[in-house]
Design a protein around this ligand. Structure first.
Ligand SMILES: Nc1ncnc2c1ncn2[C@@H]1O[C@H](COP(=O)(O)OP(=O)(O)OP(=O)(O)O)[C@@H](O)[C@H]1O
Length: 264
């Protein structure tokens, strides 16, 4: 898999990025380069600017100063959206229009379709099925997504990103409101994605079972990066004597299928 853009450009590179919302500057000169294969945690208090930062990296909010690139292109000129999977904080797809779980997850394939191939193919349907199985929602495929619990909706959004088979995943609090078993399942899924060479940027308050996967953390404080460097020290299971730390970049062989979630 190619994990950089043309000329080896990294997934994201922001230089002196500034963002104003409602006339108030909320990001004050951010420098951040995300390397291929990284699992970068964006940490910080409520309102520090974490979501705004990742939305700006994706071009979803415009910069008022500085510049940002996705695989070497400014967001407005970036065309290869199939390489990018975004898991927002909440399910907003459909804006109240009823959509089934399968339809929401299938929308993750849109960037892979084209004017020449506008309809879903067998490969699209298989990717949607795999993604639903991975997050343990295959039996809910025909249910209205809006009627699921918050944690299940979060899993739908993760499945939507998985279905797109992107090179880089950007996840805004993927564990928020998700039960402990599903958090552990998400950690297993992310570990496999990283082993396949994908890049992951995730916003989190609590890393929980994702902690051992993190290769670098940035801490956002009042719209600035206050710390960048080593991930937080592993706790709990990983810190126990005899625990086998499976490094996410351990050289692998063939990509294995993503582990199916079996939430209790
Ligand atoms: N659409 C908006 N208009 C005006 N101000 C906004 C808007 N969205 C966010 N803000 C403000 O920008 C700042 C950063 O918000 P942001 O959502 O990026 O923080 P966060 O670190 O992701 O917070 P949380 O952990 O609560 O999700 C906050 O002060 C917030 O009130």
């Amino acid at each position: 898999m190619t994990s950089t853009g043309a000329n080896g450009a990294p997934p994201f590179e922001m230089t002196a990025g500034r963002v104003r919302l409602d006339g108030r500057e909320v990001l004050h000169g951010i420098d951040l380069r995300v390397e291929p294969g990284e699992v970068l945690a964006v940490l910080g208090a409520n309102g520090s600017g974490k979501s705004t930062l990742i939305r700006a990296l994706l071009g979803l909010v415009p910069l008022s100063g500085g510049r940002t690139h996705i695989y070497g292109s400014p967001p407005a000129r970036f065309r290869d959206w199939k390489r990018v999977g975004y898991v927002p904080q909440r399910l907003t797809v459909g804006g109240g229009v009823p959509a089934t779980v399968r339809e929401v997850v299938a929308s993750g394939r849109i960037a892979r379709q084209s004017r020449l191939r506008p309809f879903s193919s067998a490969a699209d349907r298989a990717a949607v099925r795999r993604a639903l199985e991975t997050v343990g929602l295959a039996d809910r495929a025909g249910h209205p997504a809006q009627r699921l619990s918050g944690g299940q909706q979060q899993r739908v959004l993760i499945a939507r990103a998985l279905a797109g088979e992107p090179d880089v995943f950007v996840m805004d609090e993927p564990t928020a409101g998700v039960d402990a078993a599903s958090q552990a399942a998400l950690a297993r899924t992310l570990r496999e994605l990283v082993r396949q060479g994908r890049t992951i940027v995730l916003v989190a308050h609590e890393l929980g079972p994702l902690e051992p996967l993190i290769t670098r953390a940035v801490v956002v404080e009042a719209g600035r990066i206050a710390h960048t460097g080593a991930p937080p020290a592993p706790e709990g299971e990983c810190a126990r004597p005899g625990h086998q730390h499976l490094h996410p970049h351990a050289p692998g062989t063939e990509p294995a299928p993503l582990t199916t979630w079996n939430p209790a």
